[in-house]
Each structure stands twice: as structure tokens, then as C-alpha cells.
Design a protein around this ligand. Structure first.
Ligand SMILES: [Fe+2]
Length: 273
């Protein structure tokens, strides 16, 4: 497996894709949602080709629905494999969740019941996906707003899936923080209980507070508490790649680059001990 590039990457958005090619300053690598690019031709494909010539790219999918009782969509995966092959992208991550049921796509990510049956089902599907894609699958912990019934804690569920499936973890530190507020637990304890030896890379993002709920909107800068949780995590994982996600209220590219620089400082400081 091609390893994820080191340092800090940025989620690529259409709004600044062209600017990436015209600027000296840039992040070390980019992450894209393949669903946003794989059926696009013309200008979009050309731009992505040019970006790929200069930067490593990893894919973070949206619609795999790995935990659904529905069968895996093999047609979609074949199309995805062609896309990954054509851009020489080896790293693919997805959400540990479901987003389809009874053949209908729900356009959102829903949490899975934290039970042994789900661990087994997800693990079987991970093997199926990896066989079709000929690449390992990395799974991300999601944010969720309703706690599914279950027989185990979420951290135990995640560890069990990683162990049974052999998948590595995309640890979204902001999702841990948002869930800790909405579901009332200690995010530091949660991180300590995860099997951090399996972390492939880390996501950070911004969120927004509403009346009684905190929503993982990816529409605001990363807040100080999430930086602190990230530092705490890096002290335990050692240096791992970090990706800044920003999907809504996307600010000028310059502003995102300054957040990337700050994250690099955090990584650099941790690396220096
Ligand atoms: Fe994420």
C-alpha cells in the first residue's frame, strides 16, 4: 500500500482547485471525495489531473455504506476502482456507518448498532471491498446525533471492527469532540481507549454549536479545544498525517493555508518532542 504522505493535507474543493495550481504555497497533499470527481469530465477532470501531477492525493468516500445490511454495491466499486487506478491513488478511506437501506440512499451518515453482529458484518464487507478495489480500506469514526442501542461502548466497537477486519483507522478528532459534547463523555478518555496503533491518519475540522446540539458542519475554523485534543492524540500516536476538512462556508484559499500552517506547527512541535 502506498503510504499516506506525511505532514498536513487539505480537503480539495472545487472553489479553490484552480488556485492550487497557480500558487507557490500549498499543503503537502490533498484529499478528495471520489463521488465528487469520478463522473466529471472536461474542466474538472483536467484540473484534477494537473493537481495529481504535482501532489499526492488520497480518497475519502461518502457513499460506500459499509455497515448497511444491504449488499455492497459492486458496480459502484468497480467504477471507483477505475477512477483510483486512472489517477494512481492508492489510499481510500470511508465512514464506519451506513447511508443506504433497502436499496435507497439516505444522503447522510448514520451510526451502527455497537453490537457483535455489526462487527462481523462490517468485517466481512471490508474484505469484499478490499478484494474489488485491490487496496486496503481505512475506516473513520463518525459524528452522530442519536445513540443506537448496543451492547458495547463506541470505542470498544471501533477497536473490535479494526481487530476483526484488519482495517486501519482514520481518527476524526473533531468527531470525537462533537460526540463527547452531544453524548456526555470525556473525549480524552475515549481517545486513550482506542487502539491508537491502528491510526492511519487524522481528520480535523470545525463544528458549530446550536441550542442543544453541536453539529459537525465542517463549516468553521478548528477551535482551540480540538487543537488540544489533537495534541493529546499526537503525543500518543507519534507523528501521523493530518487532514484539514472544510466543506461548508469555504473561506479564501489563503485562510485555509494559514490553518494548515498552524496544524503543521502542532505536528512539528510534537515531532520535536
Ligand atoms: Fe472526517
Amino acid at each position: 500500500m502506498q503510504s499516506i504522505p506525511g505532514g498536513v493535507g487539505l480537503g480539495l474543493r472545487y472553489s479553490f482547485a484552480e488556485e492550487v495550481l497557480n500558487k507557490e504555497d500549498s499543503p503537502r497533499w490533498f484529499e478528495i471525495a471520489p463521488e465528487n470527481w469520478m463522473r466529471r469530465g472536461g474542466f474538472f477532470r483536467k484540473t484534477l489531473e494537473r493537481i495529481r501531477e504535482r501532489f499526492p492525493i488520497v480518497c475519502h468516500g461518502l457513499s460506500l455504506s459499509i455497515g448497511s445490511p444491504d449488499p455492497i454495491n459492486r458496480e459502484f466499486l468497480k467504477e471507483l476502482k477505475d477512477f483510483l487506478d486512472s489517477f494512481h491513488i492508492e489510499v481510500y478511506s470511508e465512514h464506519l456507518s451506513f447511508s443506504s437501506l433497502g436499496g435507497s440512499y439516505l444522503h447522510d451518515l448514520f451510526p451502527l448498532p455497537f453490537i457483535e453482529d455489526t462487527v462481523k458484518r462490517v468485517s466481512r464487507k471490508v474484505a469484499e471491498v478490499e478484494e474489488i478495489l485491490e487496496r486496503p480500506l481505512i475506516l473513520e469514526n463518525i459524528s452522530y446525533y442519536w445513540k443506537p442501542p448496543g451492547e458495547m461502548e463506541e470505542w470498544k466497537f471501533i477497536n473490535s471492527v479494526l481487530e476483526e477486519s484488519g482495517a486501519r483507522l482514520l481518527l476524526d478528532v473533531n468527531n470525537v469532540y462533537v460526540n463527547s459534547l452531544n453524548h456526555g463523555y470525556d473525549p480524552y478518555e475515549f481517545i486513550e481507549r482506542l487502539d491508537l496503533s491502528k491510526v492511519a491518519y487524522i481528520h480535523v475540522a470545525g463544528h458549530e454549536r446550536f441550542d442543544r446540539i453541536v453539529i459537525d458542519t465542517h463549516g468553521a475554523p478548528v477551535i482551540e479545544e480540538v487543537y488540544r485534543l489533537l495534541e493529546f492524540t499526537l503525543e500518543r500516536t507519534g507523528p501521523v498525517p493530518i487532514l484539514l476538512e472544510r466543506d461548508n462556508n469555504v473561506p479564501p484559499y489563503e485562510e485555509l493555508l494559514s490553518e494548515v500552517r498552524r496544524l503543521e506547527e502542532v505536528c512539528g512541535a510534537k515531532r520535536a518532542g
